[in-house]
Write a protein that binds this ligand. Sequence first.
Ligand code: KPL
Length: 322
Amino acid sequence: MSSTSQIENRIILPKWGILGAGAMGWLWTYYLQRAKIDTLLLQRQNTSYRECIIQKDNLFENCRTSATKSDNPSLPTLEALIIATKAYSVRSALLPLQEALISKQIPIILLQNGLGVFEEVRKLFSEQPILILSTSNGAYWHEYEFLKLTGTGPSYLGTLDNSVPRSLINILFKRLRATGLPVLLTDNILKQLWEKLLVNCSINSLSTLWLCRNGDLLDNPNSKQIWKRIVHEGVQMMRLELCQEVEPLEILTLIDQVAYKTSANYSSMCEDRRRNRPNEVDYIQGYLVRKAHQHHLSVPTLETLAELLKFPENSLLKQTPN
Ligand code: KPL
């Protein structure tokens, strides 16, 4: 039996849920655990725990977390739930959890690339606190064996509406900072999302069509030309959506920097192609085209990319490069 002093001294750890056991889900599981935050992974398998080998620099570590099936509606109380699935799976992954999340008012943190997911989730949860974590931390699976953590760019935490009290934002921010990752709080998350959207549109489109690593795009004069056109078309929309001036050169520099920092990676969209999985075109290139049409802007480059990246079903790759 525990003595009173033991009970008093016991630190009650907050538990965070992570929905989705892909590279991003494991990345945040690993970093939260390092901050002594208990994690529960919600995943497709029906197992009570999961393990993964993480490679960071030249060190390998085993990461173990408690786990449950992602459609298990009886969730324990969680301080927050990070949604780490692909953009196109968010809605279907959240539906079975809708009641539990609403009754416990568990804050939701969205990690997805692209834009449009927030609006979909808001339709499912009219009053839930929903936050966005726009992150440029890289991670990729090395031959399915282990997860290699790569670039650690900043991650921005913010909200797109007034659903989250400042006191709650501060608590969640404190926990995320405890991971040691460069997490920053921002009042203008939309700007970060738009910047990332153009970065993803530029790097992911070409790396997917050419089946190359992000770094290979840096040495290619054609990619620079196409990135200029993407940025030229994207910036017109960004200015209208953000109601502020945006310098194309700043976005082009950012694209270069991200491609450089993630040189060794295949972009997430390229990985989807290599593994014959659906991709996030509707939330990246497709989103940009829909927005442009709303604003009556002409975006021929973005339209062509959106069409090219909607791979027909008979275009499955037989052999994928390593
Ligand atoms: O987010 C990315 C992705 O692969 O989806 C990066 C690494 C930034 C490339 O666009």
